[in-house]
Design a protein around this ligand. Sequence first.
Ligand code: PMT
Length: 413
Amino acid sequence: MAASETRSKRVVLGVTAGISAYKAIEVCRRLVDAGVHVAPVLTPDALRFVGVATFSALASEPAQSTLFDASQAIPHTSLGQSADLVVVAPATADFLARYAAGMANDLLSATLLATRAPVLVCPAMHTEMWEHPSVQETLATLVRRGVAVVPPEEGALAAGDRGIGRLADPASIVAVVLGMLGSNGDLAGRRVAVSAGGTREPLDPVRHLSNRSSGKQGHALAAVALRRGAEVALVTTVGTPVPAHPRLSVVRVDTAAEMEAAMAIESEKADVIVMAAAVADFRPVHVAGRKLTKDDGIPEIVLEQTPDILRGLVAHRRPGQVIVGFAAETDEPVARARRKRESKGVDLMVVNDVGAPGVGFDHDTNAVTIIKESAEREVPLTSKEAVAEAVLDEVVELLDRNDGADRARGEDS
Ligand code: PMT
């Protein structure tokens, strides 16, 4: 990665009071070497282990450790608002608990509340503390909110102990940071439009037809595409907050018609389209203007087909654009998905057997077969993030192939 690609990226490097705080100095130095602007923030107790002077000498701006620095009225808001990423390394058990609880009693925790940037925490502590249920529950809460974690490693700990809890190697932390900044991802410079969730087709002002899609698979695709450097447009029916990211735009929709309109706009700029949404195939012809009640008798609901969004996107495909469909099947999934890939004209059809345990709707896990033009790739039961990684690996291969074909055409002409 060229240093110039990351020069404008700002990272707040939070350092908390652990024995491994000395390793944060190496993280700071490596990030600066990679062209990242590093603003160090040390908690007051971190100063018992490392000094402001060291970080100030190595970082891009003077290190800070207090909310009440006379030179700046409200340092936490300017730090939080200007950050592209906040990294906390090492993150102690106490700090993680305070962060999860939303406390803001030092500059670092206040900065974390004041930021919309993605956050990466790198815990480090003794094994007993790391394995304590309260630490694990705290981390689970943070992960649910979209915080990324570089877990501790096994090895020598303070006071001659050994076990899991040692801060991850600075080189690994820096690799994750650069990945999150997107400066070295294989999707850097690409635009990816992802749809997620089940559409809701209204019957009356209080009822709708929908399905069991939670949006988890689509959101995982968006998160992984971001991590790999893409600009991502997420068109989603899911209301729960999506962690903010400087390269993410989120469009909330409800119905198939709204999703069709949003995806049509996003597809005009996209290099990659992934339709992971479960779009309702049918919607009521008439939507009652008022709540239907028992006094009206049993309603007869006449349905009509919704637009086939994927087919429309394929019909308007930009040159070199890669289009991916998902298929939720219960009978002969692979055979049906092969036919669906052909008939819809997509590059990849990712099929999940939604009748199988742990697969498809609402689970945190999934198992898929990725149907390509001339081969198939099985992804056995794993996390939805791992499925997203596998799908995007195939996408990157197709993008590279299309780029190669473009270059060859250019050389011929
Ligand atoms: O959201 P989760 O709970 O994580 O669950 C994930 C998932 C099961 C929803 C996901 O993995 C998945 O399979 N999504 C596609 C579900 C689906 O609608 O499959 P389908 O076989 O009915 O449709 C095939 C493709 O056509 C899909 O890409 C779909 O988005 C698209 N489609 C379908 C109907 C329609 N009117 N317009 C479309 O674009």
